[in-house]
Design a protein around this ligand. Structure first.
Ligand code: HEC
Ligand code: HEC
Ligand code: HEC
Ligand code: HEC
Length: 433
């Protein structure tokens, strides 16, 4: 029964991937590094028997309705249209792009499957937005063979042919962050935020759920992976995605700060300090009378009064988890980040000192990512993390009430990291309220 269904699907797949199949098999023998990896567009995945089924296919690990989910519900399919709206066009005017936003590489780099003409294996429309290959990699070379029967060898072959390893939580997060945090080749800086772009913010687990997810959870059900626990393992997959995702993001944020400090943007503009790395509310707030000013009461630990602080808010929750997992490594991470905070919270942050502080935090964050991606999760570790996080949140108002009374070194450090920005969502509130 299962086999029959599989065979029918295989035949249909072979049919719908016809021409690509031939190319794919050819490329399998060719060395992928010699053959440029080419994109074929989302239409190549849309056939009903491939990924365009209306409903999830029963008894298949692959849902096969991915295209339908993407085109109907996923915001990525509308990413190009975001550029053609009022906000996009106004941004293009303010930024003097010299072209409409939807014609500008600066925007298309993240809002579409934007490739060099020679990287196109088939014609497709840029208006289709962020599509399959933005996340799964250029498909021409593996399109044919990826419809074969599922096996670890096939997956490895597909990866060699240019497929992105979205199964690996670290690679997956890196992929999302290319657009949701930015790289030196495509980024959202304060100039763009001031022109109307939302501040970028990302968290793997919740963003994957909102996306909406077009894959089965938990990933551990893949061949060769240990079977999930009695609860199906789904709960722990979410905890793992959340925690490993945070560590990867911290590493990527340190890398971003490094290239910004080094002035390594593709356009070679020397913008420093980059305001988007600082606490938004250091500059964006209304003035209050001295008696109402929590800032004055709070003081300006670690910086000259009035200098904007580094934005460490996105690290505040992760550090609680880090302490649960490995207290010694968490302390090392704290020290590295404190050095970043100290350098960045000066009026004219020294670029070389910032780059060096941020770079030295990268390997520590990466070690956490690798550990959190593979550590076996269970209810004990999840509960400890949750308790740590809620306790930390409960403590904060109390700590604020005790302001000035906390002079011991550890608390002082925590305080300085935590006071940098009240919320990671400030860009969004700036946009949406
Ligand atoms: C580094 C990648 C990146 C670049 C470059 C980029 N964007 Fe975006 N843009 C995003 C992401 C990611 C979002 C979604 C943010 C979110 O909701 O978390 C977004 C959201 C938007 C939105 C809001 C859409 C909505 O539905 O609310 C507009 C408008 C927009 N971008 C326009 C532009 C314009 C115009 C440019 C070029 C000047 C540009 N973007 C360049 C990544 C990028
Ligand atoms: C914004 C990124 C993104 C886009 C766009 C996207 N995917 Fe995915 N896709 C993912 C992620 C992340 C996973 C989960 C990987 C995992 O856990 O194995 C996934 C999983 C899948 C899987 C299951 C893979 C497996 O081995 O279990 C299929 C099939 C798939 N996607 C097909 C598509 C198709 C077809 C499209 C376009 C219509 C598409 N995806 C668009 C990110 C994306
Ligand atoms: C090629 C760039 C790109 C990649 C890669 C990418 N995204 Fe996005 N994403 C965008 C853009 C652009 C938007 C904004 C679309 C809009 O609002 O019109 C967006 C929007 C979203 C949204 C909607 C946010 C909101 O405010 O509603 C979610 C959720 C999301 N992405 C999750 C992910 C996840 C998870 C991954 C990785 C598996 C990922 N994205 C990979 C560019 C990308
Ligand atoms: C060092 C100070 C500083 C920091 C830090 C800073 N900004 Fe700005 N921002 C400014 C200035 C100055 C302007 C221009 C204001 C004007 O012309 O009135 C501005 C303009 C803006 C605007 C457009 C003006 C408006 O009211 O709509 C937005 C949105 C914005 N910033 C968001 C952010 C976000 C989000 C962050 C944090 C990621 C941030 N800013 C960090 C100084 C800062």
């Amino acid at each position: 029964m299962k086999i029959a269904a599989h065979r029918i699907a295989r035949i249909a797949l072979a049919f719908c991937a016809g021409p690509a199949m031939a190319i794919g098999l050819g490329a399998q023998n060719a060395r992928p590094s010699v053959e440029p990896m080419k994109y074929v567009g989302p239409g190549s995945c849309a056939a009903t028997a491939c990924h365009g089924s209306v409903k999830p296919v029963a008894e298949s690990r692959i849902l096969q309705n991915e295209y339908s989910t993407w085109i109907l519900k996923d915001k990525h399919a509308r990413a190009y249209q975001a550029l053609t709206g009022d906000v996009g066009e106004r941004m293009a005017r303010i930024l003097k792009l010299g072209a409409k936003a939807e014609e500008s590489p600066k925007c298309l780099a993240c809002h579409a499957l934007y490739t060099a003409p020679e990287q196109r294996g088939r014609p497709f429309e840029i208006t289709e937005g962020v599509s399959c290959e933005n996340c799964h990699g250029p498909a021409q070379a593996w399109l044919g063979q990826h419809t074969e029967r599922e096996s670890p060898e096939k997956h490895a072959r597909s990866l060699a042919l240019g497929m992105s390893d979205t199964r690996d939580v670290i690679h997956r997060t890196e992929k999302c962050l290319q657009c949701h945090l930015g790289t030196s080749q495509k980024f959202v800086d304060h100039e763009m935020i001031a022109a109307g772009h939302p501040d970028l913010f990302f968290e793997l687990d919740s963003f994957s759920a909102v996306m909406p997810r077009h894959w089965k959870q938990p990933r551990e059900s893949a061949p060769g992976k240990p079977a999930p626990g009695p609860d199906g393992g789904a709960n722990w997959t979410a905890v793992r995605d959340w925690s490993a995702g945070q560590a990867v993001q911290l590493r990527a944020a340190m890398e971003r700060l490094t290239w910004r400090a080094n002035g390594d943007r593709y356009d070679k503009k020397q913008i420093w300090p980059e305001y988007a790395e600082l606490s938004c509310f250091a500059c964006h707030h209304s003035l209050s009378s001295a008696k109402d000013s929590w800032r004055q009461e709070h003081g300006y630990a670690g910086r000259r009064p009035g200098d904007p602080a580094w934005n460490g808010s996105r690290y505040v929750v992760f550090r609680v988890l880090a302490r649960q997992v490995d207290p010694a490594a968490a302390q090392e991470l704290d020290q590295r980040l404190l050095a970043v905070a100290d350098e960045m919270s000066k009026l004219n942050p020294d670029r070389a000192a910032v780059a060096s502080a941020a770079t030295s935090a990268v390997p520590v964050a990466q070690r956490f990512a690798e550990r959190l991606a593979t550590v076996p999760y269970d209810s004990a570790i999840a509960l400890r993390a949750m308790q740590g996080i809620t306790q930390d949140a409960d403590d904060r108002p109390r700590r604020r009430a005790r302001r000035g009374a906390s002079h011991d070194g550890a608390r002082f450090s925590v305080h300085r990291l935590q006071q940098t920005s009240p919320t990671a969502e400030c860009g969004r509130s700036a946009q949406r309220h």
